[in-house]
Design a protein around this ligand. Structure first.
Ligand code: SF4
Length: 106
């Protein structure tokens, strides 16, 4: 493979990956809201309202933490809900929280 054909190949791979990622994001942003009773949500301690998180079970949780400030949140700042890779095909509330919370870099 020549340098230029390798470059073209790599660009095609990158483009295909980006297209797949965009499709996954699009479907994540149009899904149903994750309910507090969702089995995966329960396993992760997810609550759609961060103030309702079980403090005894998650002592490190802070009421100032929520999905909107989590590095995994895929919604925009003004969105009330957005995608999260932990809940494929669904949306989490911007005001929500789960035990996988990781503060978004400033
Ligand atoms: Fe919310 Fe982050 Fe947990 Fe996803 S990982 S549910 S965005 S706190």
């Amino acid at each position: 493979m020549t340098t230029s054909s390798r470059r073209v190949f790599m660009m095609q791979v990158a483009a295909a990956g980006a297209t797949g990622l965009m499709a996954a994001r699009a479907s994540a942003q149009t899904g149903a809201l994750v309910a507090d009773t969702d089995p995966q949500g329960v396993a992760l301690g997810y609550k759609s309202d961060t103030t309702k998180v079980d403090a005894a079970k998650y002592p490190k949780h802070l009421a100032t933490q929520n999905c909107a400030s989590c590095a995994l949140y895929q919604g925009k700042a003004a969105d009330k809900a957005g995608g999260c890779p932990l809940f494929a095909g669904k949306q989490v509330a911007a005001t929500g929280w789960c035990s996988a919370y990781a503060k978004k870099a400033a």
